[in-house]
Design a protein. Structure first.
Length: 405
């Protein structure tokens, strides 16, 4: 990268809006942050042309649906783009697209930086695992979304000094203007009852089915008015998750006769989701350990904190990076359902502690997880990878930074 010239980045990603999910939202924001000072070109999968694209840098989409079509598209589009643009680095939106990024890196002698999330490197397929153990150590650098994901990368053969943890961020300002909590409570027929919220794609590792089965009956026993609102649907666009969790959850609610205590909302607008965060009393993410799957981080936990709400979650995967136990919420070992139920019940009835944790959670996300802060971490790391000499100050002294190859 020449002095005075903006960094040029080619991003290859299978996960990008209008697909929905935490990974998709995160990558869109990473692009937005990088594009403030760099040229970012994006190779992305097919999307319905009738849907308006967000205002973003150059975006080259596949013309057909399907992973194979995307891989073919990504390779040819990457060759075309790299011939006409002198990129400084190839980034991947996940480990899934590393085969394409690796080939392009070889062809055009470009460093590859992989952004990884957890499931994308442990997906339980033998051939996939062979590919990961070959490709990950050949990346110039890896950006992991949590300490847990970094450890997984190290176990796949990459040197620790080639992995940097950059947690996802959120737009804290999105939660600066509280709406009318009464509107959400009326819509979900909650009234003045205690309001427990959970949100996210309905996959087994989230533990919502087990929470309803094993913890909610005890919570309702101590507080008959408590209501759990679940925002989310089955992950129809996921490559790894095919279970019909919504039907399983509905059946369990009926079996336990908890219809008056649970609201299954499905997907809702972003505006309604933010209003739900602001209206609830506490947020829960009772994730469980599932072989071949993991909770890489838990952005919803930061969003709840940004709304000034405390969280109750489990010590699964990267969640301990998202929650400071006793500061922004409560962390509990997975599947300790009696303890989880007691913690939720106690917190629902302790207004002072609930408000303190919510206030501290808001301060924490402002100081550590706002996208302006996270975006700067991405820019600085990429600049050091592309131009290692930037690690040294003008006076020749060594800056304290992650060691890079």
């Amino acid at each position: 990268m020449q002095a005075g010239h903006p960094m040029k980045i080619l991003l290859i990603t299978w996960n990008y809006p209008p697909k929905t999910g935490g990974m998709e939202n995160m990558l869109f924001e990473v692009v937005r942050q990088l594009a403030s000072t760099a040229q970012v070109d994006i190779i992305a999968p097919f999307a319905d042309s009738s849907k308006a694209e967000p205002a973003i840098p150059r975006l080259v989409r596949a013309g057909r649906e399907g992973l194979l079509s995307f891989f073919v598209h990504a390779l040819w589009a990457g060759i075309h783009l790299a011939r006409e643009t002198k990129y400084d680095v190839i980034m991947t939106g996940s480990a899934l697209v590393l085969p394409i990024a690796y080939l392009l890196g070889l062809l055009f002698r470009l460093p590859v930086v992989a952004v990884i999330h957890g499931l994308d490197i442990i997906y339980p397929n033998p051939l996939y695992q062979i590919a990961m153990r070959f490709l990950l150590p050949r990346c110039r650098h890896v950006i992991a979304n949590s300490r847990m994901t970094k450890q997984l990368a190290i176990e796949h053969g990459i040197r620790p000094d080639r992995v940097t943890v950059i947690n996802p961020g959120i737009d804290v300002s999105e939660f600066d203007h509280p709406g009318d909590p009464g509107d959400v409570r009326r819509r979900y027929d909650i009234g003045n009852r205690r309001f427990i919220l959970s949100a996210g794609r309905l996959v087994k590792r989230k533990g919502i089915l087990e929470f309803i089965s094993r913890a909610l009956p005890d919570i309702v026993k101590h507080d008959p008015g408590a209501v759990l609102v679940v925002i989310g649907e089955n992950p129809s666009q996921s490559l790894a998750h095919r279970d019909d969790m919504m039907t399983q959850i509905r059946n369990e609610i009926a079996r336990l006769e908890l219809q008056k205590s649970v609201r299954l909302v499905g997907w809702t607008s972003r505006e309604d989701l933010v209003a739900s965060y602001q209206s609830c009393d506490i947020f829960v993410l009772p994730a469980i350990n599932v072989p071949g799957d993991t909770e890489g981080f838990g952005i919803v936990l930061l969003e709840a904190n940004a709304a000034g709400k405390p969280v109750v979650a489990t010590t699964v995967g990267g969640i301990p990076d998202a929650v400071a136990d006793g500061v922004s919420g409560i962390l509990i070992e997975p599947e300790k359902w009696t303890t989880i139920a007691q913690s939720v019940t106690n917190l629902l009835h302790d207004d002072e502690r609930r408000q303190k944790l919510g206030r501290q959670g808001r301060e924490r996300v402002e100081n550590e997880f706002d996208w302006k802060i996270v975006g700067r971490r991405y820019r600085n790391l990429l600049a050091r990878i592309i131009s290692p000499e930037q690690e040294n100050g003008r006076d020749g002294t060594k800056r304290v930074a992650d060691p890079l190859p």
